[in-house]
Design a protein around this ligand. Sequence first.
Ligand code: SF4
Length: 316
Amino acid sequence: MSQSCSLLHLGQEDELDYSMSDYEGPRARWCPGCGDHSVLTAVQRLLAAKNLPPEDTVFVSGIGCSSRFPHYMKTYGFHGIHGRALPLATGVKLHRPDLDVFVVMGDGDCVSIGAGHWVHAIRYNVNMVALLLDNHIYGMTKKQTSPTTPEGYTSNTQPYGSFLPPINPVVATLGITNASFVAQTAEWIPAHQYATLQAAYKHDGFAFVRILQRCPHFTDDMFTDAVQNPDAVQMLVHEDGLELPELAGRYKDRLQHDPSDLHAARRLAQDEERVRIGIFYRNESLPRYEETRHLPAHTAEDRVAILNEELDRYAI
Ligand code: SF4
C-alpha cells in the first residue's frame, strides 16, 4: 500500500491513492511466457487506475491455469470449483453489491463444465466483469481438447485431431437473451487489452470479455499468425467503443462498428476469417437481476425469526 493509502488509518480517507504493487500477491507460477501474466498485469493496472480498495475487490475463479488468478491478487478472492465461478460470483455480488467483482475463467471452465452457469449469468446481467482467458486447450490437465480447440488440432485426448468445430464464445454470448456487453481482445496487444478492460469495468451490467491467450507450453503455434502478422487482426473501432489511434500504425485493418448494433455484432462475430478484437456489443438499458428482483423487506429481526422457525422444523 502506498504511503498516502496508509493514511486511511489516520482517518484521512480522501487521500487514498493505490499503486499496482498494492494489488500484487505472490509471484505468479504460470509458465514463462504464458499469456496469463499479461492479463494479470493489465488487471492490476486497471485496479490502480480506478483506485479500487483491495478490501472491496473480489476475484472469483473456477479450476484451470488461469483460475489461479485470485492467488496472485492482494484482494479478496475465491478459488472455487470447476465451472462454478459465475454462480459464486453472482452470490457475492447479490449480497455485497458494494464490492467490485471480477470473474476469471478458462475455456474449459466457462465453455464446458460451466456452460450452463455462463448462459444464465449472461441473462441475469449482474453487474460484474467476467474474463474468459481462452487458450483453446486444457493446459492444467496437460493438453486436452477443450470446447474452443480448433477442429483438427491434435491434443493428448484427441491425437488424431479435434473431431468437432469449436464453440465461438463471442457468438454464443451474443446469442443469449439480455447479453449487455461483449468484447474480445488479445493479451499480446497490451494497449487494446487494457482499454477493453477499462470499458468492461465501466459497463453497468455483466461485462463479458474473451481474451485470446497464448499457452506456449502446450499450444505455442495456436495464435502464431495473429501475433506475428498484424494484418491478420481486424480492430473494431467506434467513437462509442474503442478507437486507440496509437495502434493504427501497426493494426491498419480498422472497421467502424457501432457497439449498439446487435445484428452487426453477431454477423461480425460469426465471420471467423479474421481475428476481430474490440467491443462487439454494449447496451446499458437492459434489466439487471439485482435491480429487478423483488425481495420482501425483512429486517434483521425478521430474518432471525424466519431462520429460527425453519430450524424449529428440524428440532427433535
Ligand atoms: Fe499458461 Fe499453458 Fe503453462 Fe497453463 S500450461 S500456465 S496456460 S503456458
